[in-house]
Design a protein around this ligand. Structure first.
Ligand code: CO8
Length: 275
């Protein structure tokens, strides 16, 4: 029954689990969302994105969670948007329904750190989904690419923007225009798209390890730091530095700053309370 559900976009309610196309779990203060539509290589259909967004919103609002990990299977993080679902849609409907826009709203406004653990294919929307995350770790066999041009279309969820910022104009153009120039994990690391590469079987644990480290810090300063880094994409340098300084000053209104600096002075480990 579940196998059929994971390969179809039909919304069918089951008693349990609550989600048809993702699995969620928590390990301490870390939440893990696993894309689970194996027969379609985790192709991103409406139902799958609806579930991702639902889980993200839930964990973002859960004070017991300090960081979120997004992962797929060893074969595919996600092989792109669901081509079969969107192939016959029309511009006017896509425009009116804000196709893709409403998929990515939640993830773009997420306040908590989101880490991608990418094994296998991260193509098209899959590559874009990984790039929406704050940190990308890759398994040795990961493949990053933007093949939309082969389908007569272009990246629609940040590929032309985030990939260009990550790997530079020439490589981004090559990948997006030729459609068949993919990056393997090591190339992606060399170019700065991913920050670390691990054997496929340890990738998720390594990602959770970093997520756990992040989640052990003061949640307010983690959130502020994420906000400040993201402003580096939006603002010129002097405005970005101004933004950063104001947030830095604001951290002195938190209990965690007093605890963190107090603990250093007293030569003990800090006990952050996320206040
Ligand atoms: N959509 C729908 N179904 C897919 C997709 C996809 N993107 N990718 C794979 N599948 C399905 C196949 O149709 C196949 O299903 P079935 O068994 O029913 O025929 C099954 O998954 C397994 O796939 P393959 O048999 O093709 O497996 P291979 O190992 O031979 O090949 C590949 C793997 C290379 C990944 C191949 O499947 C492929 O090229 N997939 C399409 C990749 C692609 O073009 N992706 C871009 C899609 S367009 C897009 O993403 C626009 C961006 C929109 C933004 C999204 C918001 C985040």
């Amino acid at each position: 029954m579940l196998a059929d559900l994971t390969n179809s976009c039909t919304i069918v309610s089951t008693e349990s689990p609550a989600y048809n196309m993702i699995k969620t779990e928590t390990q301490g203060r870390v939440a893990i969302i696993t894309l689970n539509r194996p027969k379609a290589l985790n192709a991103l259909c409406s139902e799958l994105f609806h579930e991702i967004n639902d889980a993200l919103a839930r964990f973002d609002n859960d004070s017991g969670i300090g960081a979120i990990v997004l992962t797929g299977s060893e074969r595919a993080f996600a092989a792109g948007a669901d081509i079969k679902e969107m192939k016959d849609t029309q511009f006017i409907d896509n425009y009116k329904s804000n196709f893709l826009g409403h998929w990515v709203e939640q993830i773009n406004k997420l306040r908590k750190p989101l880490l991608a653990a990418v094994n296998g294919y991260a193509l098209g929307g899959g590559c874009e989904l990984a790039m929406m995350c704050d940190i990308i770790y890759a398994g040795e066999k990961a493949v990053f690419g933007q093949p939309e041009i082969n389908l007569g279309t272009i990246p629609g969820a940040g590929g032309t923007q985030r990939l260009t910022r990550a790997v530079g104009k020439s490589k981004a153009m090559e990948m997006i225009l030729a459609g068949s120039v993919n990056l393997d994990a090591q190339e992606a690391k060399t170019l700065g798209l991913v920050s670390a590469v691990f054997p496929p079987e340890t990738l998720l644990q390594e990602t959770i390890k970093t997520a756990t480290k992040i989640a052990s810090k003061g949640a307010v300063s983690v959130q502020m730091a994420k906000e400040a880094v993201n402003q580096a994409y939006e603002l010129n340098l002097s405005s970005g530095l101004h933004f950063e300084r104001r947030l830095f000053q604001a951290t002195f209104a938190t209990k965690d700053q007093k605890e963190g600096m107090g603990a250093f002075a007293e030569k003990r480990k800090p006990n952050f309370t996320h206040e």
